[in-house]
Ligand binder design. Structure first.
Ligand SMILES: C[S@@+](CC[C@H](N)C(=O)[O-])C[C@H]1O[C@@H](n2cnc3c(N)ncnc32)[C@H](O)[C@@H]1O
Length: 232
């Protein structure tokens, strides 16, 4: 069988992935040139404001957490500090190296894994969090993404998402078909689109814009949705 045979749905996804840029390499470059390219992540040690609010208000009290596309580990370390057993995954070796250093310097124990989220096994968690990874995935990968959530979340578990909002001119405001034709920085979502993708499996606990200005949290993300879903 040649690498280019298409015999399964996964083969179709792999072929479509290969037509897009080399994601891991792009992200490695991003982290090595981060100061120039991502001025909004100027405090890579601070957590998202919504994550801090979920924990401090007692809205969620997970024992086990999986973070998808954890970058340099700012949210993973925050959740470990809240007493959670955290596994955090990212494609970029540069990001995971920085995350391990940050976690060690913070005296935290996080299980960092350098891999694609689509290579994860069947271990289950009380809370799965994604800050800024989902909106970089091509539309065909949303199918496997929802499957991943189904198999990695415990019954009644929570899924948290922070992603680009449509209408804020912060990312590509394109249809799923247009994504494959136009240049991509990341996909912007409407509330309705997020509901369409997730609400067969999840109920919305809250969906709102990111609140800038909260002490001890990352600033400059007011153009993002934050959403908390509960597995049905
Ligand atoms: C915008 S960054 C956000 C990083 C981090 N969550 C934060 O907010 O600081 C998106 C991250 O998703 C990661 N990523 C993208 N696609 C991925 C995949 N298929 N599997 C694992 N990580 C992925 C990238 O390497 C990158 O670190």
């Amino acid at each position: 069988m040649s690498k280019q045979d298409i015999l399964t749905v996964e083969d179709v996804f792999c072929m479509l992935d290969s037509k897009l840029a080399d994601q891991a390499k792009q992200w490695d470059n991003f982290y090595s040139e981060r100061w120039a390219k991502a001025p909004f992540i100027i405090h890579p040690e601070l957590p998202d404001e919504n994550i801090k609010e979920y924990f401090s208000s007692g809205l969620i009290t997970p024992k086990t957490v999986l973070e998808l596309g954890c970058g340099e580990g700012r949210n993973a370390v925050y959740m470990a500090r809240q007493g959670c057993e955290v596994t955090a995954v990212d494609l970029s070796e540069a990001a995971i190296d920085n995350a391990k250093t940050f976690s060690k310097n913070s005296n935290c124990n996080v299980n960092f894994i350098c891999a694609s989220i689509f290579e994860l096994g069947n271990k289950t968690y009380d809370f799965v969090y994604d800050s800024g990874c989902f909106h970089h995935l091509p539309p065909h990968r949303r199918i496997t993404y929802v499957e991943l959530l189904r198999r990695t979340l415990n019954q009644g578990g929570y899924f948290g998402l922070t992603c680009f909002a449509w209408g804020d001119k912060c990312a590509d405001e394109v249809t799923d078909w247009e994504y494959y034709e136009k240049r991509r920085v990341g996909v912007a979502f409407t509330k309705e689109k997020l509901e369409q993708i997730f609400c067969e499996d999840f109920e919305v606990v809250e969906m709102r814009k990111y609140k800038d200005g909260k002490e001890g949290t990352l600033q400059g993300l007011g153009f993002m949705w934050t959403a908390l879903f509960k597995k049905k």
